[in-house]
Design a protein around this ligand. Structure first.
Ligand SMILES: N[C@@H](CCC(=O)N[C@@H](CS)C(=O)NCC(=O)O)C(=O)O
Length: 213
């Protein structure tokens, strides 16, 4: 049995972006059932939760006694279960892993920081001066991503777990118009988000907030 642990409620700016969505999507793609345990913000500071997630973040993934945190590691673990998420040939495995790490290491950090500047009061004063260079950095990365994607439908040619991570990272850009100059990326994101597994995962992710509001 698989269980995801995540927040039952988050502020509206974070709804639709929580990292449990990546895990839900991957499980939906391969048709694996799961349950969800919802926690509150104070719960994340309990010793019990820190034992599961040392940084007090979500999500946590539990499968038959195996407890995991970090969505990259969780997605790799799930991807290894099915060719739907990762080809089995050596080249396909390497390509999928590379693009999963690229989404998380080369694209997400700058985008995530932009989002934090936008929404987190702690950055209110420092945010403004660094917004421009940070925007430029994101733009450089997006241009490179466009070039690498070329005319492929998906990062590795066919859909893989890397597309789940990359799409979820690009979703964070809804805070601005940074995707606007890149119709190829917007089309890529739309293509991935049109998948029934994504729609089901997003609907379930959002339904929780209404229940726990
Ligand atoms: N690198 C972690 C990041 C997890 C993360 O940032 N989770 C957010 C929600 S999407 C969170 O728990 N934020 C609250 C916090 O950082 O205290 C992963 O990919 O699992």
């Amino acid at each position: 049995m698989i269980e995801i642990v995540t927040f039952g409620w988050v502020p509206s700016f974070a709804q639709g972006l929580g990292r449990d969505l990546r895990v839900r999507w991957a499980l939906e793609e391969i048709g694996l059932d799961y349950t969800v345990r919802y926690i509150t913000f104070p719960d994340r500071d309990t010793a019990e939760y820190r034992a599961l997630q040392p940084f007090g973040q979500i999500p946590v993934y539990i499968e038959d006694g195996l407890e995991m945190f970090e969505t990259g590691a969780i997605l790799l673990h799930i991807a290894e279960k099915s060719e739907v998420l990762m080809p089995i040939d050596r080249e396909g495995v390497a390509q999928t892993r590379m693009w999963m790490f690229a989404a998380l290491n080369s694209i997400e950090p700058a985008i995530q920081f932009l989002r934090e500047i936008e929404h987190f009061p702690a950055y209110k004063n420092v945010g403004k001066p660094i917004r421009k260079p940070l925007n430029e950095k994101v733009e450089l990365r997006l241009k490179a991503l466009v070039a690498a994607l070329g005319d492929k439908e998906y990062l590795c040619g066919r859909f893989t777990a890397a597309d789940i991570l990359m799409t979820c990272v690009l979703r964070i850009l809804r805070i601005g118009a940074l995707l606007d100059p890149h119709p190829q990326l917007a089309a890529y994101q739309a293509r991935c988000e049109a998948r029934p597994a994504f729609r089901k995962a997003l609907a379930d992710h959002m339904a929780a907030f209404a229940e726990h509001a």
